[in-house]
Design a protein around this ligand. Structure first.
Ligand code: AHR
Length: 535
């Protein structure tokens, strides 16, 4: 069953009123863009990353060691660095995740051979043997080298669950105090970094409702105030509080209320970011990453799209306590999470097969983030390599980009542009999902502009039908040139493997400009990125 529906992108405060003076269009969908009314800037940080000491993410995925035969830069896998540069990875969140609230930063500094072997939150789930304890070979200096090589901004999650305000502040001093000030700056210099790291983004714990301390929102507010009141501000910080478990059935609104309610009277507790986690969580089902049918395809896309309501709900709630909206959302963990069974190997905890479905899901998620660019400061995929919604898989000297990598590559042109109001008129679809049926937008997307170049990204979730679309400019202008790329495959379960790494890769897509419009056909089960030059 299909019915026409409108999807409207609202840029900041101004809702564009689109009045079509044209007769009915001869296409399945009409997209109207208002480039003359740009809205919020799309922060490059919406396209951010997350890496944790978990399974094969750091060790083997990123850190191969200085003596490795695998091509590396100071111990860091070279192909990973090259690909992260290629997509302009804007930030990296580290060291967790759940690992962060058990991590003591001092274990990861000093001569590598003298660093202790320590407990890792994920250790009980690891097989005995290699990687079964935390070796601390990858610490803050190695992390900062990685960020430097990629050109990514560091985002460090500090230990609240088993740490203290003093341990947190000492870490900040070690990282940010100028040479010649405090002793910790001298210690940093002795360890090879005379200049401060200048880390701005600090997460104050992680999932403090769960593995980060099992607190209530009110209890965490009390802890948060203690942890940030005397924060050493050598570098103007951006402090991120642990936010809700957005994928809970009740969206975890009690956490947000409890936290912000508990801050009342905490005059010194600034909260710049509020970390929302949203996993498209299928752990309690039979759904797996590699083998699925059309119900599984649509169920994942449908559940993924629900993040939009979660963003809106928490934003509204936050506005009750913070009407000026100083605090922005930081979606610092998002991605698909299937039941186990497709791991790269027993030691590669939480790794799973990444298919075209995950690439389309990522595209729909990015379009939602873009459409809410006024609310979101940053977002971080969980996790970049060898994990849940990964861009890369790497086992020893074998390496591949997953289909999800290409979504990041295709969406890169949105980074730092301004959101453009967009109205999509297309048929909604009633689709089968695991628990019955659901409604899904027939076409979803977002648009942005820099100078005279419009960037438009679209997803067609249908397994059955291509969608022909006419894109019109509202308010004058001519489409002088149009280029497109598309990511799709005949097989919805298509993936990239070490043996066949180019199975799912983008190809060119024809765009036909004509006056103030352009026509394009969006193939079924596809992600499309268009660049339109406006004259
Ligand atoms: O990304 C895997 C885990 O999921 C993280 O460690 C934790 O924060 C979340 O529950």
């Amino acid at each position: 069953m299909r019915r026409r529906a409108f999807l409207e992108t609202v840029a900041g405060s101004g809702v564009a009123a689109f009045v079509s003076a044209r007769p009915a269009f001869a296409a399945d969908a009409e997209i109207v863009l208002s480039p003359a009314q740009p809205g919020a800037t799309i922060s490059p940080h919406l396209y951010g990353h997350f890496i944790e000491h978990l399974g094969g993410v750091i060790y083997d995925g990123i850190w191969v060691g200085r003596d490795s035969k695998i091509p590396n830069v100071g111990g860091i896998r070279k192909r990973f660095v090259d690909d992260m540069k290629r997509i302009g990875a804007p930030n990296l969140r580290w060291p967790g995740g759940c690992f962060a609230d058990g991590y003591h930063w001092r274990d990861g500094i000093g001569a590598a051979e003298r660093r202790p072997r320590s407990y890792n939150f994920w250790e009980p789930r690891m097989p005995k043997g290699v990687h079964a304890t935390e070796t601390n070979q990858f610490g803050i200096h190695e992390f900062m080298s990685l960020c430097g090589l990629i050109g990514a901004e560091p985002y460090v999650a500090a230990n609240v669950g088993s740490g203290s305000p003093q341990e947190f502040h000492d870490w900040v001093l070690y990282c940010n105090a100028p040479a010649g000030t405090v002793s910790l700056a001298e210690e940093r210099a002795r360890n090879g970094a005379a200049e401060p790291f200048g880390i701005k983004y600090w997460g104050v714990g992680n999932e403090s409702w769960g593995c980060g301390g099992d607190m209530t929102g009110g209890e965490y507010a009390t802890a948060y105030r203690r942890f940030v009141t005397q924060f050493p501000s050598y570098t103007e910080p951006y402090l991120v509080a642990a936010g809700p478990r957005g994928h809970s059935a009740d969206r975890d609104v009690a956490w947000t209320e409890g936290f912000f309610g508990g801050l009342q009277g905490g005059h010194r507790a600034r909260v710049d970011g509020f970390a929302l986690h949203y996993y498209t969580d299928f752990r309690q089902t039979a759904e797996d990453g590699a083998r699925f049918d059309e119900k599984g395809w649509y169920a994942v896309l449908h559940k993924g799209a629900l993040i939009e309501g979660v963003i809106e709900d928490h934003w509204r709630l936050m506005g009750r306590y913070d009407p000026e909206h100083h605090t922005k959302l930081v979606v610092d963990e998002w991605g698909n999470w299937y039941r186990g069974g497709t791991e790269l190997g027993p030691a590669y905890l939480l790794s799973q097969t990444i298919t075209l479905r995950d690439a389309v899901h990522a595209a729909m998620t990015f379009d939602i983030f873009n459409r809410h660019a006024d609310k979101i400061e940053m977002a971080n995929v969980a996790q970049t390599i060898n994990c849940l919604h990964s861009l890369f898989a790497a086992v020893e000297d074998r390496y591949t980009r997953t289909p999800a990598y290409y979504t990041f590559e295709m969406y890169r042109p949105h980074m730092g542009t301004r959101l453009v109001p967009m109205r999509i008129q297309a048929s909604e679809r009633t689709v089968p999902i695991l628990t019955g049926s659901a409604t899904l937008a027939g076409l979803s997307g977002s648009a942005s502009i820099r100078d005279r170049r419009l960037v438009l990204t679209l997803t067609n979730p249908s397994l059955e039908s291509d969608v022909s679309a006419v894109i019109r400019l509202d308010g004058g202008g001519r489409v002088a040139e149009g280029r497109g790329i598309v990511l799709t495959h005949d097989d919805m379960t298509a993936t990239n493997t070490f043996a066949n790494p180019d199975n799912v890769t983008p190809r060119a897509l024809a765009v036909r400009p004509s006056g103030d419009a352009a026509a394009v056909t969006i193939p079924k089960r596809a992600v499309v990125a268009l660049a339109l030059e406006i004259a």
